[in-house]
Design a protein around this ligand. Structure first.
Ligand code: SF4
Length: 333
């Protein structure tokens, strides 16, 4: 089978050598579905999946969020008191060039069975853990049987109230969302799925069908978007993305400020850019279309919402700016 780089170099008559150099450091994978969405070099789909020499010219840390330090057993991140993130796979249908876990992509997991037992033992021993987020890589890259074994083991722990899955496969490999998979997932409610659309071009009929199957199985769908320079860092693109997500029954949840991860610096925008986009969304489109704009602070300090500067204290009251720019005084208690 031809590699994605061979495919791109023959389709667009580009020199593959610089891409191969980057691929030697950061692996490349692009599903045929995602590859088919590229219209031209440098477009928003291309930027997200095709290697870029600027990845090698970035001296940030591979793990600025300190996930490895916050890992009590391999594969588990315990940052907040009542919830954990379980990295069940290092595999994805597309290796996104901006990935916050770029350091792990394509790496083999250590002894999956042993590490799975260690993670389940840790969760079972901590009654304060009520929310387990399956992440990776992409959890839906596991087989149906592997996934069901994990879900069923988690449901056997009485204090685990909520299971969440983070998956980009509805975007990058929508064919993976089958009726059989949905029949498995719906046995383990309450189960939520957060997916990851970054651009309106990703909302294809196939992606919409994948989300419809999940929603029809009673799975609440949310979306986490990353603010990416050259991809979605303008109000018009972001507004269209949020509106189209609602049309396919996916609720915008987070807009992430880019993490300071090594090899991804060329995607970073200013916080002012994100605040401006949020201000453009607020009031101008449905409230449901407004995600939280968050920054995950380096050093494992956690997520903080970044709000447009709408409210300031003045004297004994508040001064609030409406979406039309009108300034209203509000007497606070
Ligand atoms: S699908 Fe998610 S985990 Fe996989 S490469 Fe993309 S951003 Fe990273």
């Amino acid at each position: 089978m031809r590699s994605p780089i061979d495919h791109l170099s023959s389709r667009f008559a580009i020199d593959p050598a610089p891409l191969e150099t980057v691929a030697a450091r950061y692996p490349v994978r692009i599903s045929p579905h995602y590859l088919s969405l590229i219209q031209e070099p440098g477009d928003p789909i291309w930027l997200q999946c095709v290697p870029d020499p600027r990845e090698l010219d970035d001296d940030q840390l591979p793990d600025p969020l300190d996930e490895e330090r916050l890992s009590p057993v391999p594969g588990l991140i315990h940052r907040y008191p009542d919830r954990v993130v379980w990295l069940v796979s290092n595999d994805c249908a597309v290796f996104c060039r901006f990935c916050m876990r770029k350091r792990r992509l394509g790496q083999p997991l250590p002894e999956p069975r042993e590490s799975r037992e260690a993670v389940l033992g840790y969760i079972a021993s901590r009654p304060e853990i009520r929310d387990v987020i399956l992440s990776g890589g992409d959890p839906l890259m596991l087989s149906d049987a592997e996934l069901e074994a994990i879900l069923s083991a988690l449901r056997g722990i009485p204090h685990v109230e909520l299971i969440r899955i983070g998956s980009r496969l509805p975007v990058t490999l929508p064919q993976r969302i089958t009726p059989h998979l949905c029949a498995i997932l719906k046995k383990y409610h309450p189960l939520y799925l957060n997916t990851h659309f970054n651009h309106p071009l990703e909302i294809t009929p196939q992606a919409a069908q994948a989300c419809a199957l999940l929603a029809d199985a009673g799975i609440p769908l949310g979306n986490q978007t990353v603010l990416l320079k050259g991809v979605n860092d303008d109000p018009a693109t972001m507004t269209l993305l949020m509106q189209r997500l609602l049309a396919i029954r996916v609720r915008p949840y987070y807009l992430h400020q880019m993490d300071l991860v090594q090899g991804t610096g060329h995607f970073r925008t200013s916080v002012a850019c994100g605040v401006g986009i949020m201000a453009a969304l607020r009031g101008h489109t449905s409230g449901l279309a407004n995600p939280y704009y968050v920054i995950d602070l380096p050093g494992g300090k956690g997520k903080v919402p970044l709000l447009p500067e709408t409210v300031r204290r003045e004297g004994g009251g508040l001064v609030i700016t409406t979406y039309t720019g009108e300034v209203v005084e509000f007497e606070d208690i």
